[in-house]
Design a protein around this ligand. Sequence first.
Ligand code: NCW
Length: 460
Amino acid sequence: MPIKHDNQSITKFPSHFTWGAAAAAYQIEGAWDSDGKGQSVWDAFTKKKGAVWEGHSGNVACDHYNRYAEDIELMELIGLQAYRLSVSWPRVMPEGVGKVNPRGIEFYDRLVDRLLESNIEPWVTLFHWDYPHELDLKGGWLNPDSPKWFADYTKVVVECLSDRVSNWITLNEPQCFIGLGHLVGEHAPGMKLSLQKVLQAGHNALLAHGLAVQAIRTNTKQPASIGWAPVGAVHYPHTDSKEDCAAAMAGMHAVYGDNVWNNRWWGDPVVHGFYPEEGLRAYGASAPKVKSGDFDIIKQPIDFYGCNIYSGVPTKAGSNGKPEVVTLPAGSPHTHFLWNRTPEALYWGTKFLAEHYKLPVVVTENGLSCNDWVTLDGQVPDAQRIDFLRRYLLCLEKAIDEGVDVRGYFHWSIMDNFEWAEGYKHRFGLIHVDYETQKRTLKDSAYWYRGVIRSNGASL
Ligand code: NCW
């Protein structure tokens, strides 16, 4: 459904809205075995033949570990107000538990200091998929001790950084590191387990989230703002009929038993303290075993509901009144990743989450991969990224205008990086990275985004 915008020159973004960009440790840092870092499951997975496109790895990536100061200068040039970084667990604790690697934690210490010097607020994600290999050998997320391991690591990070960091994100996209990592096997650790085991691992990840929130609250040196960053199927109505709008909302509420992309399966325990009835029915015998007291751990007060939203599913009311997915016409716009360009997802996704969870929402990721390159005149004219962002942000503005409490927006990503199983095939950045020379070039979208930030969205 096309969303119309009447008064584009007046910003609807609140005055304290946070404009940022995001990245993740394994995707940009490189330095995979420097200064005492332990291995992560991604270090191990990328060594497996055929696991990653063209055998790429994050061994060097953007060499951000050594070039972070230069990268922050570029962030400053773009005018970023906030930068969402992730901490590499095995860099800080090489074996995942026990010994802390001082040189590892010092890197994040320097990174945070350098960001603050540039007046950029650090938002720290504690886990963005680079699980310690040593702990994976002990069963990883399937081990009942895994939530405790994560809480102990969280305590170490919070003790070190919380005098300067107040914004925390526990887990990034559990649907992916559990689903793609343990069910489909396309991501590290590359397992193809039964749905029961997968959901048990997911349950442990939810417990880890809860214990981590407790660890942050107990150890923080200043009031903390805590959220998480799940992903999920965002349905949007095919037409603006009442029936299709209701069908889209119903699609987002639904819990299907044949995949792990459901929103409420993951979100309801975290916010409401139980798995949705519909999910328990749908997963049946595959549902995880829950111990008494588990939900008291999982359900911790959080301050915002983060969401990674890239693409939505057009949905109409089927003849039986149930949500029915609509196939987009041939030739509809899509990104280099073949994800459909569906800006309405940002309107409907944030609206659903804010209404269902009654929490402020932060868009912790949104963006697209393009086939960008540096032209002969040294520019990166990524007009499609600008148009994509403009469309998506106008839909976000519409949600805000209608009263949805959205507090921030983080573009994925600040720079091109290692796109997991896809290697370096996809470029998501505002900054182009030449992986041969490590030269950075600001794309046109970076200059455009600077204008959006400066005008608090009025330039959209
Ligand atoms: S692959 C993936 N990504 C990309 C990655 O670079 C980043 O680290 C992730 O947080 C970009 O953002 C995330 N996510 C998988 C999204 C799958 C969406 C499935 C929707 C289900 C209907």
